[in-house]
Design a protein around this ligand. Structure first.
Ligand SMILES: Cc1cc2nc3c(=O)[nH]c(=O)nc-3n(C[C@H](O)[C@H](O)[C@H](O)COP(=O)(O)OP(=O)(O)OC[C@H]3O[C@@H](n4cnc5c(N)ncnc54)[C@H](O)[C@@H]3O)c2cc1C
Length: 395
């Protein structure tokens, strides 16, 4: 039997292929519709706590990432954790950020927070993240964060900015003089140093600290617990014949003594017994611990041996959709300064939002369908009563 086939179909097998393609297209769009429905259900379960990006950490990195999200008119929530403002809160004077006049760390943090609070799209929560899970029930990967207060937030992308802490000696008297006479960042607080200045350490960072301190004082003493330096040969070479540096090996600080306001002496344990030395400033360079000891974090992203989160040049971690910024993803301690931190967090925010866009694009119409929900929520959070006539074009 001869059939009058359309011009673009010249055989039965081609007709069959067209038929299959038609069915697939119909099935795909039905599936997209299903995914969209299921996604709406999951998002509804989050109440109205759905944002483009969830930022875990309220130190300089988290806040800078939040600022970038504000500038792109996208939505985010920043969890401040148990130390809102992060390590910078302890900084007496920040004078190494270009364009920023010298000011205490808390002041810098306060103005960052104030800028974000003025925005309609980024919300700050003074809460701690206790869990991060992936929901795939809708057919799309969605992150769900649970907080100590019991709230659940969801987002297609996450930025981890949980920072870290410098290691301390944990000897009697030390705690009384931290941020008064004892510091952990020579490039941040070195300009305060006067008189008898000591550095404790033996690795690359301690040599870096010594070289920085010599810009402010004529002489420094390096106290090394072991009988050799761990620093690279090249760095050791730099200080070996430096007449402004004394290196003492096999020495441990066992107590810090002072008048409660300022440190005056260090009690040292040497190979020959105990020794009391006059000391005005002590810079600790004995390591840094990234805040990654959370089971939920370790389960999702790969960390290096020291615990730093591994990232690629886009700040992307080993888990697609999770980005990391700031000190938690900076294994080189010498770089633990705001200028570097800001760079990584701005990049993480941009990349997280690009990822979000690709996530939305997989289902045509999804972004538009979520936009009213996001916009209304943000307006309510920021206390604005009137509904906008047109949604933000950036959505
Ligand atoms: C005393 C001191 C002085 C300094 N001075 C200077 C200076 O003058 N100039 C300079 O360039 N640098 C300075 N630095 C270094 C600078 O402060 C750090 O590089 C910077 O704070 C790192 O920022 P971060 O956001 O990556 O981490 P952090 O500052 O460590 O912030 C981490 C944040 O993550 C939060 N967090 C952790 N876990 C959770 C969780 N589960 N849920 C929610 N939130 C969580 C914490 O609450 C905290 O807010 C100083 C550091 C110190 C310690």
């Amino acid at each position: 039997m001869k059939l009058n086939l359309p011009l673009y179909v010249n055989s039965w097998s081609q007709l069959f292929l067209w038929f299959i393609a038609l069915i697939c297209t119909a099935a795909c769009s039905a599936e997209r519709g299903n995914v969209q429905d299921r996604l709406s259900e999951v998002i509804s379960a989050c109440g109205d706590r759905f944002v483009d990006v969830i930022i875990v950490g309220g130190g300089p990195a988290g806040l800078a990432a939040g600022r970038k999200v504000v500038s792109l008119r996208r939505s985010a929530v920043i969890f401040m954790g148990d130390v809102p403002g992060g390590q910078l809160i302890g900084s007496v004077l920040v004078d190494n950020v270009p364009g920023v006049p010298g000011q205490p760390g808390w002041q810098l943090i306060e103005s960052e927070e104030a800028c974000i609070k003025k925005s309609e799209t980024v919300h700050i929560e003074y809460d701690i993240v206790v869990d991060l899970a992936i929901d795939r029930s809708s057919g799309k990967k969605l992150f769900i964060v649970t907080t100590k207060e019991g709230d659940a937030w969801c987002a297609p992308a996450i930025i981890l900015a949980t920072g870290g802490t410098a290691k301390f000696l944990e000897v009697p008297g030390e705690a009384d003089y931290v941020n008064k006479s004892i510091f952990t960042c020579a490039s941040c607080d070195g300009s305060l140093a006067r008189g008898n200045v000591f550095v404790v350490g033996g690795g690359d960072a301690s040599i870096d600290a010594l070289m920085t301190l010599l810009n402010y004082v004529p002489h420094c003493t390096l106290l090394v617990r072991k009988h050799a330096l761990r620093a690279s040969a090249a760095l050791q070479e730099r200080i070996r014949h430096n007449g402004h540096i004394t290196i003492r090996y096999g020495v441990e600080v066992v107590e810090v003594k002072g008048d409660g306001e300022r440190m005056h002496q260090l009690l040292l344990k040497t190979d020959h017994g105990f020794e009391l030395v006059d000391a005005d400033y002590l810079f600790l360079s004995i390591g840094h611990r990234p805040t990654t000891d959370y089971p939920w974090l370790r389960l999702l992203v790969a960390c290096d041996r020291q615990g730093y989160i591994g990232v690629d040049c886009h700040q992307q971690t080993s888990c697609a959709g999770i980005f990391a910024a700031g000190e938690v993803a900076m294994p080189f301690v010498e770089e633990h300064q705001l200028v570097y931190v800001y760079g990584t967090s701005t990049r993480a925010a941009k990349q997280a939002l690009d990822y979000c866009d690709r996530w939305y694009e997989e289902i045509p119409g999804l972004k538009e369908s979520l936009a009213p929900r996001l916009y209304q929520r943000q307006r309510r959070l920021s206390g604005l009563q009137t509904a906008p006539n047109q949604y933000d074009p950036l959505y």
